[in-house]
Design a binder for this molecule. Structure first.
Ligand code: ARG
Length: 616
């Protein structure tokens, strides 16, 4: 027994022929060139069939007709073009038959043998051979990114969960992903906190960490003082200037010391790192529970590069003076993008522009993906546009390098208001995850599992189910919508929940176990036969995994993968209702279908950051 299995295996390039859609598109492209040679730019439009006349369809006939109509042509309308497209398809072992429907849709049926061959190959070589090929080889995913010394809230939890999944999907697709934690370690909150620490704990150097203790409470108290006491406020602001090196002298000293560590004034530097460490510990508890790896390159990292980058933009004539500040004017926007504040300080935008410059030029990333709440949409639009004006990015969004803002909605409570816990207005994320686990454990104990399993198994499985449930509940919705956080809903074992899917997977594992057959041996000796319709549609759905991952990656929508996973479990349920497995003449074939389903489910879990369980 084990809850953890490594899922993806790096594929051999020659084993990867592309997704079904890509392979069919290639055939249709050849056919289109022959059918309408005067229109060499036509792109094949191949989609999965919704009806029952085929598995895939090519939808080019209508738009072809629009182009050739009026010109001298042998065609009489879209259906005759559709027929010609079908006739001109090259000979291929992936096409069983073709038919024309309605206004020229070309329906294709895939041969059963072709489907089973691909599934068997996947079983033999690993699910890595189904990884889609993406048009980029290196990407930055900027996610989680909480602010040091401030609360890590449910918005950051969403960013962490969504960003991790996107990174995993890209990694599976053989993209090198730089997982970046762009922590806010550079804002005005530092001056405030440092001054407050100096005041409250003069002995902070020896006892700072223990004295501060609960950073959120500390932050709150200092913010109260900041708002109420003008003298303190003044001091705090001064501290930021010292810290950031707002004037020329300090800036110089600052960049010098930055190379060695983050710091300016020695005393302030130490205070700052004490505060950072406390925050980091808190973040890491969340990352550890969720199994998330991230590399911190906070805002302060980019500070030394800001002057040079802004100088470049100034030389291009993009930065202008406005009311004492230095700004980039963005056409169509009411306000300009401020890159140097009127007090000479840099801000969120100067840092983000510089970080983008760094990611493009130093890290050579081709796709830079930012995961934050939808409230920051304007900020991203503005500095993406600035980067295009500077010629860092092509204006055409279909081309790379490219930036994408992955936005998401609010987390709501049962009362449809902003999510809060009963006791306090701030939700401690660690408590939230613990509660999910505790509830799962209680449920498992109620089912008598404490007697059946070891204590360690109980812990591991409760964790896998509990944390998985929190992740899945977030990921299954279209991320742009607000989502309602409800333990009762996410931990339900019926409906579209991770708990239900974990049960479905564990059940398949148990079918295989109960057969008493060595599945590894069957993979080498057995073959899959798709006899009944339920077997065939399960097989076809399995085969579509690659193109679903491709779509989820390119659209940056993890819910596309969740939907596929849930449908897979439904396909399996229908298959299992109709097809007896153990002790039948079809046993070997059906066991292999069970195994393939379990493998693909586990790969979906893996991409969603969920640890699969093999028994419940
Ligand atoms: N720290 C920011 C926040 O908490 C998110 C940073 C996102 N990344 C970026 N490059 N702007 O809202």
């Amino acid at each position: 027994f084990s809850t953890i299995k490594s899922a993806s295996v790096s594929p051999m390039a020659e084993d990867n022929e592309g997704t079904v859609k890509q392979q069919l598109s290639k055939l249709f492209e050849t056919s289109l060139r022959m059918t309408v040679p005067d229109e060499p730019d036509l792109e094949p439009l191949v989609v999965k069939c919704t009806g029952k006349f085929g598995d895939y369809q090519c939808n080019n006939a209508m738009s072809c007709w629009a182009k050739v109509k009026g010109k001298k042509t042998e065609f009489k309308g879209p259906p005759s073009i559709g027929q010609a497209i079908a006739n001109n398809l090259p000979e291929s072992e992936m096409i069983e038959s073709c038919s024309i429907a309605g206004p020229g849709f070309v329906n294709v049926v895939l041969p059963n043998q072709w489907i089973t061959k691909s599934i068997q190959k996947m079983l033999e070589k690993g699910v890595g051979i189904w990884a889609p090929k993406l048009p980029v080889s290196r990407a930055v995913v900027d996610f989680s990114s909480p602010n040091i010394a401030k609360e890590m809230h449910v918005g950051h939890l969403r960013s962490t969960i969504i960003g991790d999944t996107i990174a995993r999907m890209l990694e599976y697709s053989n993209v090198e992903v730089l997982r970046r934690n762009h922590v806010g370690d550079w804002g005005t909150q530092f001056g405030m906190l440092i001054e407050y620490m100096f005041e409250k704990f003069p002995d902070w150097e020896n006892a700072g960490e223990q004295a501060i203790g609960d950073l959120q409470a500390f932050y709150k108290a200092s913010k109260l003082k900041f708002d109420a006491d003008p003298v303190f406020k003044e001091k705090a602001q001064q501290a930021v200037v010292l810290l950031q090196g707002g004037n020329e002298k300090y800036r110089k000293a600052w960049s010098m010391i930055c190379a060695i560590s983050h710091g300016g004034n020695e005393k302030y530097r130490k205070a700052w790192s004490t505060i950072c460490e406390i925050s980091r510990k808190e973040f890491h508890q969340v990352y550890e529970r969720l199994g998330i790896s991230l590399e911190e390159k906070g805002e302060s990292f980019y500070n030394p590069y800001i002057p040079k980058v802004l100088e470049g933009l100034s030389n291009q004539g993009l930065i202008v003076e406005s009311e004492g500040a230095r700004v980039i004017v963005i056409e169509g926007k009411q306000i300009p993008l401020i890159v140097v504040k009127s007090d000479g300080g840099y801000n969120y935008a100067s840092t983000d522009l510089t970080a983008l410059w760094y990611r493009l030029n130093e890290e050579k990333a081709e796709w830079i993906v930012y995961v934050t709440d939808v409230g920051q949409k304007l900020h991203f639009e503005m500095f993406f546009t600035a980067a295009k004006l500077a010629g860092w990015l092509p204006a055409d969004e279909k081309l790379y390098p490219k930036t994408s803002h992955v936005d998401f909605g609010l987390v709501l409570g049962d009362d449809k208001k902003r999510f809060r816990t009963r006791s306090s207005e701030v939700v401690r994320l660690v408590d939230l995850l613990d509660e999910a686990k505790t509830r799962c454990k209680a449920e498992l104990v109620e089912r008598g599992k404490a007697l059946e399993w070891t204590a360690e198994e109980l812990e591991q499985i409760a964790e896998a189910i509990g944390y998985g449930a929190v992740k899945y509940a977030d990921l299954k919705n279209n991320r742009s919508t607000n989502y309602t956080f409800s333990f009762d809903q996410m931990l339900n074992d019926k409906g579209n929940t991770a708990v239900y899917l974990q049960y479905a997977h564990a059940r398949i594992c148990s079918i295989i176990r109960k057969s008493g057959k060595d599945i590894e041996e069957l993979k080498n000796t057995g073959t899959i036969v798709l006899g009944l319709p339920e077997e065939r549609s399960l097989g076809l759905h399995l085969l579509q995994f690659a193109e679903v991952v491709e779509e989820a990656c390119l659209s940056l929508l993890p819910n596309v993968l969740c939907e596929y996973l849930y449908n897979l479990s439904e396909h399996f349920t229908r298959f299992y209702a109709e097809c007896k497995v153990n002790g039948t003449p079809e046993e070997t074939s059906r066991l292999l279908l069970c195994e393939a389903t379990a493998v693909v489910m586990r790969q979906c879990f893996h991409l969603l950051g969920i640890v699969p369980v093999f028994k419940i």
